[in-house]
Design a protein around this ligand. Structure first.
Ligand code: SF4
Length: 398
């Protein structure tokens, strides 16, 4: 698994493509696709002193120079993760009248948290975890199903790599749930951390700030390749922000405007409450880092969790602080300085709500056959298991 999930594996596939090209055997070549996370882009921007847009374009040039065919942005797949989380929450809220495990809904985008929950808390906690796939795994569905269909190739003709801020994403990609038995292929074949991409640049003798630029690819036409967007609500994707705003509109029929976060024991534990006259208040929280997660899990176990939804992330301050991000060189810059810089860069893009992003509605209709279709469930949702189905080849870092 460790060799499968490294830059060496990508180099191997690119080398084999080149060999086949030289021998004129075009058929055996893989279509190589790389999907880049917004947190990784912000980390590269910080190291090379680039704007986020410049870093995105220069990284695209670098990857294509190596032989990659398509470079996408995982912010696009996050639109689906956010929309599905919103819909799932509203359904669970309705179900909670009869189903005791419908709420609180616990977010599912962080594999560090998911593995901890599966390994440590057995089946008790699993029903509370949102079934919505993370942005990485929705990107896997988009690439191996939608893009493969558009290109007229089988899913196993594509080698799909993601660039991510943490090592735990390698473990997520290797879950059996994301393996296609029919074509013997994974939705995400290989995960490379931001730091590993930086090692690739160093190996090639390149400084990202000095290389040329190329536009990113768009999985559906609509957005300009010169635009990059972000979502409101912090470095881990803004799940609480979107779920709260959507739910207040759906459940209370009101707009809730800007959310007011109340800090509890520390910055990584915050709550938002929305009150509407005559209705029980809607309460949600973010809980980042191991201590805060343990606290929430214990409350859920005792049936004393006061929240309807909790955005849970394993890393303190969230994904911009992932263990796979680029560390500052030994010098004056501290880890704290770097994180602040990465966060500023991450927040430098303008934001859109997921349902306004060009292409999303079109994909719900043309690719999935509607938001409630079986295909939408298959492509955008997953399930959780006891420890036996999880690969133990990687250890989780807490
Ligand atoms: Fe990875 Fe940390 Fe983000 Fe979880 S919070 S997905 S472990 S970077």
């Amino acid at each position: 698994l460790i060799t499968q999930q490294s830059q060496e594996e990508l180099y191997k596939v690119l080398k084999e493509n080149l060999r086949l090209q030289e021998t004129g055997d075009e058929n055996g070549q893989k279509v190589v696709v790389v999907s880049v996370s917004p947190q990784s882009r912000a980390s590269l921007s910080a190291k090379y002193n680039l704007s986020v847009l410049d870093a995105a374009h220069k990284l695209t040039w670098f990857l294509k120079k190596l032989g990659v065919h398509y470079v996408f942005d995982t912010t696009f797949s996050r639109n689906f993760s956010l929309l599905e989380s919103c819909r799932e929450f509203v359904q669970r809220y309705k179900d909670s009248e009869t189903d005791k495990t419908a709420l609180p809904m616990l977010a599912s985008a962080c594999p560090g948290w998911i593995c901890y929950a599966e390994k440590t808390h057995g089946t008790y906690i699993l029903p509370y975890i949102s079934t919505t796939k993370s942005p990485q795994q929705v990107m896997g569905s988009l690439v191996k199903d939608y893009l493969a269909g558009q290109l007229g190739v089988k899913p196993n003709a594509i080698f799909h790599v993601t660039i991510m801020p943490c090592y735990d994403k390698k473990l997520e990609a290797s879950r059996s749930d994301f393996y296609d038995d029919l074509y013997s292929t994974r939705d995400v074949d290989c995960v490379i951390t931001t730091g590993e991409v930086d090692q690739m640049l160093i190996k090639e003798g390149l400084n990202l700030a000095e290389v040329e630029s190329l536009d990113l690819d768009m999985i559906v036409p609509g957005m300009s390749p010169h635009d990059l967007i972000n979502h409101d609500g912090g470095g881990s994707g803004g799940y609480l922000e979107h779920v709260m705003k959507y739910s207040v509109a759906q459940i209370f029929g009101q707009e809730c405007g800007q959310l007011k976060y109340k800090t509890l024991r520390n910055q990584d534990l915050q709550e938002v409450t929305i009150e509407v006259e005559g209705r029980p208040p809607l309460k949600m929280a973010i809980a980042y880092g191991f201590r805060n997660i343990q606290n929430i899990v214990q409350k859920v176990k005792r049936g004393k969790c006061p929240y309807h939804f909790v955005e849970i992330m394993a890393c303190p301050t969230g994904c911009n602080n992932g263990g796979g991000q680029i560390k500052p060189d030994s010098g004056e810059e501290t880890m704290k300085d770097r994180l602040q810089h990465v966060t500023e860069l991450y927040n430098s893009l303008s934001t859109l709500t997921p349902d306004c992003v060009p292409g999303i509605e079109q994909l719900y209709t043309n690719w999935l056959g509607g938001a409630d279709s079986d295909k939408a469930k298959q492509m955008l949702h997953t399930a959780y298991h006891g420890v036996e189905k999880i690969s133990s080849a990687l250890t989780i870092t807490w």
